[in-house]
Design a protein around this ligand. Structure first.
Ligand SMILES: [Mg+2]
Length: 323
């Protein structure tokens, strides 16, 4: 099978057909229309075997995650996704693998109405790069730099599951079913909090997605906003499968430093909290208040039941290939 045939078989003509795509796969480049009053948003992410996914990861999961991580960055910007291009490097043409990979990719592309408008295939060690494009208006774009003293620090969903999935795989740590199944599902098929991002862009002062680990990603907001923070460890929304599988201290460590949860950390002033609560509830989005932005001091001060707390290992998440 040649490159042309491969693209025809697994990628061309699949997925949503958007009206704003003038020319998709099949020419030297794609042509698209950006709405007049919006900014073009671009995010790019590479996933490499043994660094971002295990050699025995299912191709469907690899296809899903490659787009999900970009969608998560869009969620954190309050942006709306539209088009993606895919650069795929594969060691050999394996039709079963390509079928699974493209199925996983198009399942999530269909769900979020993202059209694949082009890409490239090359032979080499397995790696996937996706560049996602879309829109947001200039005044609504969520940045890391807007957090103000007094703002609440909140996080969507629950933390720690992906980190435990990686730990159980690397350490051969045995987990009971169905906890193991739930945790592996979180790691292999993460959701992107796009609906939350759309609500937040009307009220949050800053946002970031949890890719490197909660503490490390919160620190990015603090650095960009030139602020510090107080964090209430007893308020952390830890995944219930994690709480059921490891002791409390380890669960806290995984929730604080584990990566790839793809939840959103955001900051919101007291007077806008009601707006987010109302809209999030209406849309079935869960979030938890876990701390507050401070002007004085440095970095993140952790408190547990009102007392200073430093028992957890606070180093950020490293991709497992680098550990
Ligand atoms: Mg990000």
């Amino acid at each position: 099978m040649k490159e042309f045939e491969l693209i025809q078989t697994y990628f061309a003509g699949r997925g949503p057909k958007r009206k704003d795509v003038i020319l998709g796969v099949g020419d030297d480049a794609a042509l698209t229309k950006v709405p007049q009053d919006q900014l073009l948003v671009v995010a790019t992410d590479t996933m490499v075997e043994n660094v971002h996914f295990f050699p025995d990861s299912s191709p469907r999961s690899i296809g899903h995650r490659a787009l999900a991580v970009n969608l998560s960055d869009f969620a954190a910007m309050g942006a709306e996704p539209a088009w993606a291009s895919v650069a795929l490097t594969i060691p050999e043409i394996n039709e079963e693998w390509l079928q699974g990979f493209s199925d996983g990719l198009f399942e999530i592309a269909d769900y979020y109405n993202v059209q694949i408008i082009g890409g490239d295939t090359t032979r080499g060690p397995l790696s996937v790069t996706i560049s996602l494009k879309g829109f947001v208006t200039e005044e609504k774009a969520l940045k890391r730099s807007g957090a103000k003293a007094g703002d609440w620090i909140c996080v969507t969903g629950q933390l720690g599951a992906s980190a435990l999935a990686v730990k159980s795989k690397i350490d051969g740590f045995k987990l009971d079913n169905p906890y193991l199944r739930n945790i592996e599902q979180r790691f292999n098929f993460p959701s992107a909090r796009l609906a939350a991002g759309q609500v937040l862009r009307h009220a949050a002062t800053s946002a970031i997605d949890v890719s490197d680990g909660f503490l490390q990603d919160l620190q990015h907001i603090l650095t960009a906003s030139n602020m510090s923070a107080e964090l209430y460890i007893d308020k952390l929304p830890i995944d219930e499968n994690v709480l059921a599988s490891v002791d409390r201290l380890e669960a806290e460590r995984l929730a604080l430093t584990g990566g790839e949860d793809y939840e959103l950390i955001f900051t919101v002033p007291e007077e806008k909290k009601g707006y987010i609560e109302q809209n999030a509830t209406a849309m079935g989005i869960k979030f938890t208040k876990v701390g507050q932005i401070r002007k004085s001091g440095q970095g993140i001060k952790m408190l547990k039941n009102g007392e200073c707390y430093t028992d957890v290992i606070t180093s950020g998440y490293q991709h497992f290939g680098n550990e």
